[in-house]
Design a binder for this molecule. Structure first.
Ligand SMILES: Cc1cc2nc3c(=O)[nH]c(=O)nc-3n(C[C@H](O)[C@H](O)[C@H](O)COP(=O)(O)OP(=O)(O)OC[C@H]3O[C@@H](n4cnc5c(N)ncnc54)[C@H](O)[C@@H]3O)c2cc1C
Length: 364
């Protein structure tokens, strides 16, 4: 089995791997992207028509990464001709100190944001009911996840990358600091670097090759609820609830209002999933909709199934060990950062430049 000689192999064609291939090919590297499933598959974490984009974080390192991503999303839109980021504004509400931390960090970073009275928010977005203070950040909005992944792969290929679907990587063999073999069922790739962005499958592929942070893989189950009034405006939103599950949501054109609890799904083996919503949790989500979303029909909903891969701190793991670059643990909040994470992974693979200490191994 002779095999292929390449600069960089990227394992995983979700948001992160596709963005890495785009940035690497854009910098002239000879790249192969290997994805185990078909284009547009729904078994990982990057499928569907909506993800919240926001710059509003309580931590400056994430604000900076989101600001970089914002510019790169617009660059990808210009390159591909596909609209991906729709600015709708976003609101965070609740009775927790988190909101003040977030608002202070946003202000310190010079990102536009303002406090609204609950009545004013209800006038602008009558589909939601508000608790406590409401923080509005106008530059936030919605990303189209499926279109983004397709555009990243299409652009990577246009820039010279080879994109292979239905090609599972079965093992990785480290041959030296600058040499690694990547094995698929019937082939081997000899490369200087491998970027592993395998989402829920990271532990299975890399567990024996490096010390990873604990990665908890859960099956999450938000749902789309039917809006009662077609012309209601909807921001992206997050409800911070002391001692209770946080709730996020946004409008998905043509599908309804998506709401979900953040990171409370059952722990699963990504190869043994049932893709079925856990009934009690679904009932709790409908109860939440009944109480806090007067703009939707709590009895008309479509469940969604998706995986989170969560680290103990919800910080991402972005680092390099020998010839292996790892991108893991996006903890249910990674999509907005996709193109900027792609840049970080290209740096790690091509120049060895490491990201902020917060993302490094073993920061966990
Ligand atoms: C319900 C839900 C809602 C979310 N909402 C938001 C949001 O509003 N805003 C936000 O910013 N983020 C959100 N996220 C998080 C975000 O979607 C993820 O952080 C992001 O999609 C992770 O991308 P990934 O590329 O790491 O993972 P994935 O998309 O899972 O990609 C990993 C890929 O690797 C492939 N793979 C695995 N093993 C192999 C192998 N051996 N060989 C070849 N290929 C392999 C898999 O098939 C998969 O395609 C949400 C996530 C979920 C689940």
């Amino acid at each position: 089995m002779a095999g292929h000689e390449v600069d960089v192999v990227v394992v995983g064609g979700g948001g992160m791997g596709s963005a890495a291939a785009w940035r690497l090919a854009g910098r002239g590297a000879d790249v192969v992207l290997l994805e185990r499933f078909e284009p547009g598959h729904v078994r990982g974490a990057s499928h569907g028509a909506s993800r919240i984009f926001r710059v509003s974080y309580g931590e400056p390192v994430y604000i900076r990464l989101a600001q970089e991503a914002h510019g790169l999303w617009r660059e990808l839109e210009a390159e591909s001709g596909v609209p991906l980021l729709t600015v709708t504004g976003s609101v965070n509400h609740g009775r927790t100190p988190d909101l003040d931390v977030l608002a202070d960090a946003v202000e310190a970073a010079g990102v536009p944001g303002q406090w609204l009275a609950a009545e004013e928010a209800a006038e602008r977005w009558p589909g939601l009911r508000y608790e406590g203070k409401v923080f509005f950040h106008p530059a936030s909005g919605r990303l189209h996840a499926d279109h983004a992944v397709a555009a990243l792969q299409e652009r990577a290929a246009a820039l010279g990358a080879v994109v292979r679907h239905r090609t599972p990587v079965v093992s990785i063999t480290v041959k030296g600091d600058d040499a690694v073999d990547v094995h698929t069922g019937d082939d081997v790739y000899h490369a200087r670097r491998v970027v592993v962005a395998a989402g829920a499958w990271t532990e299975k592929l890399l567990g024996g090759l490096m010390t990873l942070p604990p990665l908890r893989v859960t099956q999450e189950q938000p749902a789309h609820f039917t809006p009662l009034r077609a012309d209601d405006a909807w921001p992206s939103f997050a409800h911070h609830r002391d001692g209770e599950f946080g709730v996020y949501g946004l409008a998905t054109p043509g599908e309804g209002i998506k709401i979900g609890f953040h990171g409370i799904g059952p722990v699963v083996d990504p190869d043994e999933r049932d893709f079925r919503p856990e009934p009690r949790q679904l009932e709790t989500l409908r109860d939440y909709a009944r109480e806090w979303l007067p703009g939707v029909d709590p009895d008309a909903y479509t469940p969604i199934s998706c995986t989170y891969t969560t680290t103990p701190t919800s910080d991402f793991a972005l680092d390099r060990v020998g010839p292996i670059v790892v991108a893991a643990g996006f903890s249910g909040h990674g999509f907005k950062f996709v193109p900027a994470v792609g840049r970080v992974l290209a740096d790690l693979a091509l120049t060895g430049e490491r990201p902020d200490a917060r993302f490094r191994l073993p920061a966990f």
